[in-house]
Design a protein around this ligand. Structure first.
Ligand code: AMP
Ligand code: MN
Ligand code: MN
Length: 322
């Protein structure tokens, strides 16, 4: 973070008494980790905070300290809104409605596809997680790092890197891990809870999705329908783990998992192996993400979504191979 940015961030933070922290819909481990982590840090600084996310906290993260305090909507007015891990304004969902749209907004994010929708935009595509940026802000600001804050932030680094296996993991990320562990964050427990533990029902659901796998010229894809989820009483947050698993298949260059949500829209998880790129595919479909892991949500039925996404992926793959 350069000096100018640091100053702009603190010019927003210092006078703000009531702050709304918001993370993205369908939250992942970095969304919840950076939200709670910054929450703990600012609480120590004496700010009055609301932590909000439109969708409920996935079961794998409800053990994180403070998770019960996350609400689905803000209340009243705020001096400042801070968005975390949101690559565009829409990712905040209804939390930031028209009523709040006028408040100053600090956008903290690591997506290369970030649309810079804030009053101040701190976008760091080289950070492995938004949680890493929150740690950097804490260190630059001289905020004390508590065990609770460190635990939440490490959860973000562990999940966005799938336990430090992604190609963007560098020494800066590992230095951040060291800092967080020294502050008391339990690495093994975080990894187990976030990445290893799952319900039997979700494994059966994955089994069904794996049976439906299709491979077309390097594009490996499958789907999780509402009917499948109903059969296993499974909720909506299981499909990104499946996409991560499938991208290890030797024959795959890109992976697509279509997940039909309860409201009939379709969540699409995209993955690429190194040298290919799915971020552009996601952006063309109204979503975003990183070169090797991206996603979008389509307001149309599954067959239509499948057709459109596969067409974009085929075209991108052809261009990238050419
Ligand atoms: P997922 O497949 O849900 O694990 O998401 C992979 C990456 O794509 C994450 O970095 C997300 O932030 C991003 N992403 C997923 N869904 C969307 C979406 N609907 N809009 C924008 N970005 C998304
Ligand atoms: Mn995220
Ligand atoms: Mn992230």
């Amino acid at each position: 973070m350069n000096q100018n940015l640091y100053r702009s961030i603190h010019d927003l933070l210092q006078p703000a008494g009531r702050i709304l922290l918001v993370t993205h819909v369908a939250p992942d481990g970095d969304a919840i980790g950076s939200l709670l982590g910054l929450g703990w840090l600012l609480k120590t600084e004496g700010k009055e905070l609301t932590l909000a996310c439109e969708d409920r906290v996935p079961g794998a993260y409800t053990w994180l300290p403070g998770s019960a305090e996350i609400v689905q909507r803000g209340k009243g007015s705020y001096d400042l809104i801070i968005s975390l891990d949101c690559n565009d304004r829409h990712r905040m969902g209804q939390v930031v409605d028209d009523r709040l749209a006028g408040a100053p907004l600090l956008n903290i994010d690591h997506h290369v596809t970030n649309t810079r929708f804030g009053t101040v935009n701190w976008v760091e595509p080289l950070a492995v997680a938004t949680s890493q940026m929150v740690l950097e802000l804490a260190d630059a600001s001289g905020w004390p790092l508590t065990e609770s804050a460190a635990t939440c932030l490490l959860n973000g680094l562990v999940t966005d890197t799938r336990s430090f296996r992604t190609s963007n993991v560098d020494t800066a990320a590992m230095r951040a891990v060291l800092r967080l562990m020294e502050a008391g964050a339990p690495l093994a427990e975080i990894s187990r809870r976030a990445l290893d533990e799952r319900s039997l029902a979700s494994v059966r659901l994955w089994g069904q999705a794996i049976e439906r796998l299709q491979l077309e010229d390097g594009i490996l894809w499958t789907e999780v329908t509402r009917a499948m989820r109903r059969q296993w009483s499974s909720n909506e947050d299981e499909s990104s783990g499946l996409a991560n698993f499938l991208v290890g298949v030797h024959e795959a260059k890109m992976v697509i998992v279509f997940a039909e949500k309860d409201d009939g829209t379709v969540d699409v998880s995209l993955r690429a192996v190194p040298h290919y790129n799915v971020a552009d595919v996601a952006v063309r479909l109204g979503g975003g993400g990183h070169p090797l892991a991206a996603g979008c949500t389509l307001q149309e039925d599954l067959p239509r979504a499948r057709e459109r996404v596969l067409a974009e992926a085929r075209q991108a793959l052809a261009e990238q191979q050419g």
